[in-house]
Design a protein around this ligand. Structure first.
Ligand code: NAD
Length: 455
């Protein structure tokens, strides 16, 4: 049995609603204590379908509802946010459901340290909205969602037993939501963690092949990004990748697969940076007689972004392109796997456009991770045509064709590719699932009317 990792109520702490103070400024673990002190383990925040206002399951949490309302676009508010506390670990879970017209909300679970409830909510709202857009632009019949686990303070979360318990509790939490959200792997979560989640809920994808899942999606993601690069170069009438120079920051799971894909397409040169020493050495070894240069850099060293090239691929972490880095970028096209490569998507998309650099929105280029696991419950087929069409050129919704379509719209409308992709994705995310219509919304109604928060 895992002992509680956080002391119960601290002396002087009061459960009196008047003493709640600014809840959004509380650390997640302090919020958990406040909730438990009120005898609650669950809470919801949702957009009322009649009034369009954001409401909380209990008046004392209206401040959180107001915060969510302030963070979201009145036209496209999140349908619901569900908060829950792990029975034994006291970890805080959040499930963010953005739009479900296209189907159940789908998105990975991020296990990350959050200093405040505001940062927790902001990240979940932003990431789940991104998932709605990614699924819609890929023509998947999935809505957009995300789960967060706020990392427990200290090192306890690293302990194997604690970790197993956290993911078991997350699985139970996801099960309690009756399928409105389907989870998957994301930053901070491993395939082993997903196996534990799957023991506790059927609403999980991106599972290992040994238990019937689609396995590691990195190769598919890399292939998709390369198709997007080709779409962008064709759009610029710069031909194919043959003879091109490609630069990448980060050569991890996706980056390494991308190197192979690019070499197959006859690129002239690849330059990559990596912060991991072992990985750098392994890649240098593997590509010793190929036109591939892998360099080890310190974290925070982003000079690679200034390397002259045809295509720059941010393949490590998000937020690397901003006012400090964009002025030095020497690429014609920026197209990579990293989610949210721009630190501010509106401002930085404009900065790149002003410099004549074509930016392919990451949620357009890196869709194949979610595509790979989206049909998992329908079984697997060799050379699966439902996956292959995303990587081809016949289907209008393929990565290549959609990239060209988005770039053409941006040019025609005098806007940035990010704005064009967002507008297209938002329109598509209003389309109703052809079979299940608004079933996911009815699940939310059911949870609310049946007092899910009291469970
Ligand atoms: P990964 O962790 O395997 O690879 C990232 C690599 O970047 C690591 O090897 C890391 O050492 C390196 N790195 C980190 N900071 C760096 C820096 N400043 N400079 C150089 N190298 C740095 O992750 P991944 O699965 O390859 O995913 C890469 C990115 O793509 C992530 O942002 C991920 O969220 C996104 N993504 C991945 C998938 C997928 O299928 N794996 C799908 C969609 C999006």
């Amino acid at each position: 049995m895992v002992k509680s990792l956080i002391p119960v109520q601290s002396p002087g702490d009061s459960a009196d609603p008047k003493c709640m103070g600014r809840i959004v400024e509380l650390a997640p673990e302090a919020f958990v204590e406040r909730l438990l002190a009120r005898g609650q383990r669950r809470a919801w925040i949702r957009t009322d379908p009649q009034s369009g206002r954001v409401r909380a399951s209990t008046p004392v949490l209206e401040e959180l509802a107001d915060y969510v309302e302030g963070q979201t676009d009145p036209e496209r508010r999140h349908e619901a946010v569900f908060l829950g506390v792990g029975l034994e670990t006291r970890a805080l879970f959040g499930v963010f459901v953005h739009r479900t017209q296209r189907g159940q909300a789908q998105g990975g679970v991020r296990h990350w340290p959050y200093p405040t409830m505001a940062s927790f909510l902001r990240d979940g709202l932003r990431l789940s909205r991104g998932m709605s857009r990614k699924c819609a632009l890929a023509d998947l019949w999935w809505g957009g969602g995300k789960a967060l686990i706020s990392r427990l303070p200290g090192d306890g979360w690293r302990d194997t037993d604690v970790r197993r318990k956290i993911y078991a509790e997350l699985g139970d939490f996801v099960s309690s939501l009756c399928g409105v959200y389907v989870t998957a792997e994301d930053v901070g979560t491993t395939p082993l963690d997903m196996v534990e989640v799957h023991r506790h809920t059927r609403f999980a994808t991106c599972l290992p092949t040994e238990i019937g899942g689609s396995g590691n999606p990195s190769l598919m993601t890399a292939r998709g990004v390369v198709c997007a690069m080709e779409g962008a170069l064709d759009f610029l009438e710069r031909g194919s990748l043959r003879g091109a120079k490609v630069v990448m920051e980060g050569a991890g799971n996706v980056g390494a697969c991308m190197i192979d894909e690019l070499l197959e397409r006859g690129v002239r040169e690849i330059v990559a940076t990596e912060i991991c020493e072992e990985r750098t050495a392994a890649l240098q070894d593997r590509y010793a007689d190929r036109p591939v240069r892998v360099m080890r850099v310190e974290p925070g060293d982003h000079r690679i972004l200034a390397e002259p090239c045809d295509v720059l691929a941010p393949n490590a972490l998000g937020g690397v392109l901003g006012p400090k880095t964009v002025p030095d970028v020497q690429a014609r096209v920026v197209c990579g796997a990293a989610n949210n490569a721009l630190s501010d998507e509106t401002r930085d998309a404009r900065l790149l456009a002003e410099r004549g650099i074509l930016f392919v929105p990451d949620f357009l280029a890196n869709r194949m991770g979610i595509v790979a696991c989206s049909n998992e419950q329908y079984g697997s087929v060799p050379g699966d045509p439902d996956l292959a069409r995303h990587l081809g050129r016949d289907w209008p919704g393929s990565v290549y064709n959609r990239t060209r379509e988005v770039l053409a719209r941006a040019r025609a409308e005098g806007t940035t590719p990010v704005a064009a992709a967002n507008a297209m994705a938002d329109r598509k995310s209003d389309e109703l699932h052809p079979i299940f219509g608004d079933r996911a919304r009815r699940i939310i109604e059911g949870l609310v009317s049946e007092g899910w928060e009291r469970g």
